[in-house]
Design a protein around this ligand. Structure first.
Ligand code: AMP
Length: 284
């Protein structure tokens, strides 16, 4: 596996692959890799001649009070994992390499970020779309893989690619979970053992929602009240950011569950903000 730190070097290699007719699969990450990331890498490996994974903790997508400086950085370990998966190139640029002095161009998707995480993390998705657009221009992938763990991010990237006619296919991948149900996340490393137990409340809330919906409840307000009560009863110190039923395409709130709906959760356990979600397709 080749580690490339320079934009020009990555671009000329990708151009060469295009000339040779080789297909490129791409997985953008912020590192601190786990099985969730690796499931994306394996899918890329299955379908493409060349696989590129990027590791870049993107300062642009962190708010001033967020965890940019303490975000886990485990490069040597990540490198071993990616090598083992048969990745061709690990693209590992510095902040200065991607945002040299004078940088002032941003990519903004307008409406999709006005919901869910976008409300409590202003500017976050502008950072995401800007860096992903840059990475697409540098890596020139035929297909890029995104986890549904970050469902809103996946929909926003899908929108950006469509609106800007970027020649890349966006493929969403299922959420990978720990044995007990907790969605894998680099941020799970922040949790103390006691918090790790409490973090399970997110998954259990999704399960409760599933039960209530199976029993026939269709009113979003009734469901969200029950789910919020469940969270605060189970883990009194949990701080709920949102518990929302939204249209899975537009991410707009729904009042009555019908069609393709997403239940999305964001909950602070201690100082760690965790997200999780589940899709429902309701036809009756
Ligand atoms: P991150 O390093 O957190 O930016 O994530 C990089 C990619 O991995 C994103 O597309 C995430 O949605 C995806 N990802 C992170 N955690 C999981 C998970 N538990 N299951 C599936 N995909 C994930």
């Amino acid at each position: 596996m080749q580690v490339i730190e320079k934009v020009t070097q990555m671009q000329s290699l990708a151009s060469r692959w295009w000339r040779e007719g080789l297909s490129i699969g791409f997985v953008p990450t912020m590192g601190a890799l786990h099985e969730g990331h690796l499931s994306l890498v394996r899918e890329a490996r299955k379908h493409h001649d060349r696989v590129v994974v990027s590791i870049f903790v993107n300062p642009l997508q962190f708010g001033p009070k967020e965890d940019y400086s303490r975000y886990p950085r485990t490069f040597e370990q990540d490198k071993v994992l990616l090598e083992r998966e048969g990745v061709d190139v690990l693209f590992y640029p510095s902040v200065e390499e991607l945002y040299p002095e004078g940088f002032e161009t941003y990519v903004i998707v307008e409406k999709l970020p006005e919901h869910l995480c976008g409300l409590s993390r202003p500017g976050h998705f502008r950072g995401v779309t800007t860096v992903v657009a840059k990475l697409f221009h540098i890596v020139m992938p035929h297909e890029a893989y995104f986890g549904k763990k970050d469902y809103q991010q996946y929909r926003i990237i899908e929108r950006m690619v469509k609106d800007l006619n970027m020649p890349v296919r966006i493929t969403p991948m299922p959420i990978v979970r720990e044995a007990d149900g907790l969605a894998m996340s680099s941020r799970n490393r922040y949790l103390t053992p006691a918090e790790r137990e409490k973090a399970l409340v997110l998954f259990r809330t999704l399960q409760l929602a599933e039960e209530l919906i199976q029993k026939g409840e269709r009113e979003a307000l009734v469901l969200t009240e029950k789910l919020k009560t469940f969270i605060t009863t189970e883990v009194p110190e949990a701080r709920i950011d949102y518990v929302s039923f939204v249209d899975a395409l537009t991410l707009e709130d729904v009042s009555h569950l019908q069609g393709h709906v997403l239940l999305a959760l964001a909950v602070f356990i201690g100082s760690t903000r965790l997200i999780d979600n589940r899709e429902f397709v309701i036809e009756d």
